[in-house]
Design a protein around this ligand. Structure first.
Ligand SMILES: NC(=O)C1=CN([C@@H]2O[C@H](COP(=O)(O)OP(=O)(O)OC[C@H]3O[C@@H](n4cnc5c(N)ncnc54)[C@H](O)[C@@H]3O)[C@@H](O)[C@H]2O)C=CC1
Ligand SMILES: CC(C)CC(=O)C(=O)O
Ligand SMILES: [Mg+2]
Length: 371
């Protein structure tokens, strides 16, 4: 008996709708071939929502996201909206969804797939076998802290300011997510901050240490300054298992980790809320870690694999469909092993393809794997 899963799809701007089109092929395949039926609603978000609805994320969209079993998100932003006042920018669409749905833990797996070892800008020996989970806090810190602004001083000069602020409970809950994940992996958490120069970083280190001591003595905890972590990610990435960081540090370090895998176009993510003790459900949003890539939007060359792998994370984390999540991941692996490459991961001797051909190839591999 097919079960209905409510899915809200928000393609967004730039390459968002282009890569989302390829995920729709995978969803259609799941609908056809597996015992699952997706009830899909699609809405605008980001710049396209500003143009049509006057705001980057309407109350109706937030309500739909809350009612859905999961949200699949593309990306927002672009030069067309760069001149808008700060409080009207497209990026506020995704920030609002994270905040209003309580999506505090952003899981960003950076896995170097064997066929792409040579696609990384780092030496093969350095990146082969890298498998890192970045856990980024995603509803607090400097992206949300008040006060913030740009003020004019008496001398006519401008002064810009933001506030990096964390309550200890915000640190504790995301730390538990990281430690729990590490328990199912290689049992190591590297917590990154700048405790040497930031008060919020001092609190971060203290709280993570307390949670570790009280609840996770079986896990190795390493504290590392964020700047050192950036260097270590390039020099010796295999030392890392789970990296835990604030909204800002997790954002920056996961883009860096993406470079190890070959491209930003390869990294999916899941942003999860707390499990409701009554219903056992949680809000969740799945998105690639990349943005709207205005430099390649409209050219049909964007890599859709991060978006497709985000759908695999959705199957795993929101719908408990582990086998199907692995099936999608294996299909992606097969396509790459077969030599197809979008421009961002192109290597000598491989076949360069566009966004649609890559999406079609994933569906063909799904057919073969499921035969
Ligand atoms: N969650 C979201 O919606 C995010 C939105 N943004 C927004 O996206 C816009 C562009 O930001 P950028 O800093 O340029 O970051 P970006 O991630 O959009 O692009 C950075 C570079 O990576 C390349 N790239 C990204 N995704 C790719 C893919 N799937 N296939 C091939 N190449 C890919 C781009 O072509 C570009 O050269 C901005 O408005 C930014 O605020 C940025 C990050 C996240
Ligand atoms: C709000 C986003 C544009 C921030 C970002 O870069 C991200 O979440 O990856
Ligand atoms: Mg980012």
């Amino acid at each position: 008996m097919p079960s209905n899963k409510k899915l809200l799809i928000l393609p967004g701007d730039g390459i968002g709708p282009e890569v989302m089109r390829e995920v729709r092929r995978v969803i259609d395949w799941m609908d056809r071939r597996r015992a699952v039926s997706f009830e899909i609603e699609e809405r605008l978000v980001g710049g396209s929502a500003i143009d049509a609805e006057g705001m980057p994320c309407s109350d109706e969209t937030v309500a739909s996201a809350k009612a859905a079993d999961a949200v699949l998100f593309g990306s927002v932003g672009g030069p067309k909206w760069d001149g808008l006042p700060f409080e009207k920018r497209p990026e506020l669409g995704v920030l609002r969804l994270r905040k209003d749905l309580g999506l505090f833990a952003n899981l960003r797996p950076a896995v170097v797939l064997d066929p792409l070892v040579e696609a990384s800008s780092l030496k093969p020996d350095i990146v082969r076998g890298v498998d890192i989970m970045v856990v980024r806090e995603s509803t607090g810190g400097v992206y949300f802290g008040e006060p913030r602004g740009i003020e004019i001083l008496p001398d006519g000069k401008r002064r810009g300011f933001d506030t990096d602020v964390y309550h200890e409970d915000e640190i504790a809950r995301v730390a538990r997510v990281a430690f729990d994940l590490a328990r199912g992996r290689r049992k190591k958490v590297t917590s990154v901050e700048k405790a040497n120069v930031m008060q919020s970083g001092r609190l971060w280190r203290a709280v993570v240490g307390e949670i570790h001591k009280a609840e996770y003595a079986d896990i190795e905890l390493e504290n590392m300054y964020a700047d050192n972590c950036a260097m270590q990610l390039c020099a010796r990435p295999k030392q890392f298992d789970v990296i835990l960081g604030s909204n800002l540090f997790g954002d920056v370090l996961s883009d860096l980790a993406a470079a190890l895998t070959g491209s930003l176009g390869m990294l999916p993510s899941a942003t999860l809320g707390a499990v409701d003790p009554v219903t056992g459900k949680r809000h969740a949003l799945y998105e690639p870690i990349h943005g709207s890539a205005p430099d390649i939007a409209g050219k049909g060359i964007a890599n859709p694999l991060a978006q497709i792998l985000s759908f695999a994370m959705l199957l795993r984390w929101s719908f408990g469909m582990e086998d199907d999540a692995v099936l999608v991941e294996n299909a992606v692996g097969k396509v790459l092993a077969g030599g197809l490459r979008t421009a961002d991961i192109m290597q000598p001797g491989m076949a360069r393809v566009g966004t649609s051909v890559m999406g079609e190839a994933v569906v063909r591999e799904l057919d073969k794997l499921a035969a």
